[in-house]
Design a protein around this ligand. Structure first.
Ligand code: C2O
Length: 567
């Protein structure tokens, strides 16, 4: 009987684990338990249950959400902020910004900006002295000051252990976050037009850690970065966790007479695929995350740029000698590194570039009205909404226009169709487990072949995966389509390389159930199939190449047609 009740309560918790604060959960469930089992009975079981409740509630996030809302925009319950659960061995940490629980947020009114502030690339940044000065001031503020450096990084920790990653909240949340970071810095140095630099890893000039971050005497320096990835090491937008050491690289570079074009080409082709080729808003923005919805479920899914290169650059930059690749390689710690803000400024910039291709916003009201709470530069606690963040000019800033060499970096079909030979592959039964050292191939049937151009413009043929994995660990696997040669050499430069799934360690490691993460992941393949010249074939061969991390359960793989116009 007690076991049955406990199971019921567990089920209840599974559906609402992230909605209540720890203490609310405890009180509520103790009451339910008492009613159902008789007062005072089974005290030992209750103790265990309460322990489990604490784990469930705390592990989800440090902000809580309206528990009974369904299909509504997400909004953090600032009064319900509690401690996040962190990876093992990490000192306990409160991520909640100071005095959140005592204040009522006010709706933010965007000032009427007269001049447009232009964010510049880090390698050509003319505000360095001001930035250093501002960061020195912010770092000197006491930890509990709403503007302090510690608080800036904790905002990320408070929000980002929930589905703020892995969903459509990703881009607008980070836009607002950087906006206030920049406004606060500007206020501290009395320059209302101050702008932060962006790290444009999407073009050859930006494909190294920018010099402004490697001067050890600068407040923009951080020692917790991968020491093998210092300049002149080229950034790898597809990083697979395998590092050539700095000295080896120098030797290699000498051998190649400084020609780094092989890697540049792979990086550019990656940008082409992950940004230019993405037409569906839902794929660029990520899948819905609504109030009352369980985070990390099959309903949520990351956007294309979030997986690659956003996640890969987090992992590439973080210090692999730290337990969780801190700082950049673990989300609870990432924003302690000043390079975080420039990395995200570039993600934000790529969003503006994608829109400039004439692509659509998500028009779902739950997306448009999702809201966040921040301290603004005047220390007011303000509530902001997604729909005020769609146009950076409305927020008073824009990005310096730079060349976009990746627009022309379409990957090459490696061999023309008539030279390829067909591998014999059979369809694997689903679900199956992708083990860490084993490459697998399966056949996926296409519901429709040879669609007309009108159909293609309306709907993208999408390869959709349903996955289950442990989000406390890093993970990457690549997806190849109709690879018929030596798959080990498959490289993003070539057309058979369709995309990657990448996860960066998310905080929370207390019980196995909590870490189990489900998500969907989809790749648009309309252009790819055309270029491989197989648009007339009834099925495709999908090859999964595990790159690093633990096993993943592949629950489903199918092809569907997804709307490109709006969502
Ligand atoms: Cu919220 Cu790059 O992470």
């Amino acid at each position: 009987m007690v076991g049955y009740v406990l199971n019921l309560l567990h089920l209840y918790l599974l559906f609402h684990p992230f909605n209540l604060t720890v203490s609310q959960n405890i009180i509520k469930l103790v009451i339910i338990l008492y009613i159902v089992t008789g007062i005072g009975r089974e005290a030992r079981n209750q103790k265990n249950l309460i322990y489990n409740i604490v784990l469930f509630a705390a592990a989800a996030t440090s902000f809580s959400y309206n528990p009974f809302a369904s299909a509504e925009p997400v909004a953090p319950d600032v009064k319900g902020c509690n401690k996040p659960t962190l990876p093992q061995g990490v000192e306990p940490l409160t991520c909640c910004p100071p005095n959140f629980e005592k204040k009522e947020p006010i709706d933010y009114v965007i000032p009427n900006y007269q001049t447009l502030r232009i964010r510049k690339p880090a390698h050509d940044y003319d505000n360095l002295e001001k930035y250093k000065k501002a960061v020195n001031i912010i770092k000197s503020l006491p930890d509990d000051h709403p503007h302090s450096w510690t608080q800036q990084s904790r905002v990320h920790c408070a929000y980002c252990t929930n589905s703020y990653h892995f969903s459509w909240i990703f881009l607008p949340f980070h836009r607002w976050y950087l906006y206030f970071y920049e406004r606060i810095l500007g206020k501290l140095i009395n320059d209302p037009n101050f702008t932060i630099p962006f790290w444009n890893w999407d073009a050859p000039e930006g494909m190294e850690i920018p010099a402004i971050f490697i001067d050890k005497s600068s407040p923009l320096y951080n020692a917790r970065r991968n020491q093998n990835h210092q300049p002149p090491m080229l950034v790898d937008l597809n990083w697979n966790g395998n590092t050539i050491t700095h000295s080896n690289y120098t030797v290699l570079k000498a051998i190649c007479r400084g020609d780094r074009s092989g890697d540049v080409k792979a990086n550019l082709a990656t940008m082409y695929r992950q940004v230019y080729e993405v037409k569906r808003p839902i794929c660029f923005y990520g899948k819905p995350f609504r109030a009352g919805q369980k985070p990390y479920s099959l309903k949520t899914g990351s956007d294309s740029i979030e997986l690659v290169p956003h996640n890969t650059i987090h992992s590439w930059t973080g210090d692999s000698t730290q337990p969780n690749d801190e700082d950049m390689g673990a989300f609870y710690a990432a924003a302690r590194d000043p390079i975080f803000y420039s990395h995200h400024a570039n993600v934000d910039r790529i969003w503006t570039i994608w829109k400039s291709f004439g692509r659509n916003d998500v028009i779902d009201p739950d997306y448009q009205n999702a809201s966040y709470v921040f301290y603004d530069e005047n220390e007011n606690l303000v509530r902001v909404k997604n729909n005020d963040a769609f146009d950076t000019k409305k927020l008073g800033y824009d990005y310096k226009q730079l060349d976009l060499p990746w627009l022309k970096a379409k990957p090459d079909p490696r061999m023309s169709k008539r030279y390829r030979h067909r591998r014999r592959v059979k369809k694997l039964d689903l679900p199956f487990t992708l083990l860490k050292d084993k490459i697998v191939s399966t056949v996926v049937k296409r519901p429709k072949i040879n669609r007309s151009q009108v159909e293609k413009d309306e709907k993208e043929e999408s390869l959709v995966f349903s996955l289950q994995f442990d989000r406390t660990k890093h993970l990457k696997f690549d997806v190849l389509i109709n690879e018929e040669e030596d798959y080990k050499r498959a490289n993003p430069k070539y057309r058979v390389f369709a995309g990657s799934f990448v996860s960066v360690s998310h905080a929370s490691r207390t019980s196995l159930e909590v870490a189990v993460t489900e998500t969907t992941f989809s790749i648009g393949i309309t252009d790819l199939l055309e270029q491989l010249d197989v648009d007339d074939e009834e099925s495709i061969v999908v090859t999964l190449v595990p790159e690093y991390g633990d096993e993943v359960i592949i629950k489903d793989i199918n092809i569907s047609f997804e709307e490109c116009k709006s969502q």
